[in-house]
Design a binder for this molecule. Sequence first.
Ligand code: SF4
Length: 66
Amino acid sequence: MKVCSPNTRICAMCFHWNGYAGGANVKPRKGMRNVYEYQPEEKQICYKNHFEKKAWNSCNEWQRKY
Ligand code: SF4
């Protein structure tokens, strides 16, 4: 697991990654504000461009989700 802030511009923190469900391994880190955990190799479909993207990928259509 890696950690990041919710305004990090990666797919794991993006509104479009796997639609409303989001990443299966994305969750807030217990006891810490504004820190999220994610599994960098998790793959999900981006609902914006319909490609499969890894959690650490990014693009210029990123929108904050959390
Ligand atoms: S590819 Fe872009 S729009 Fe799609 S989930 Fe990743 S950052 Fe968001």
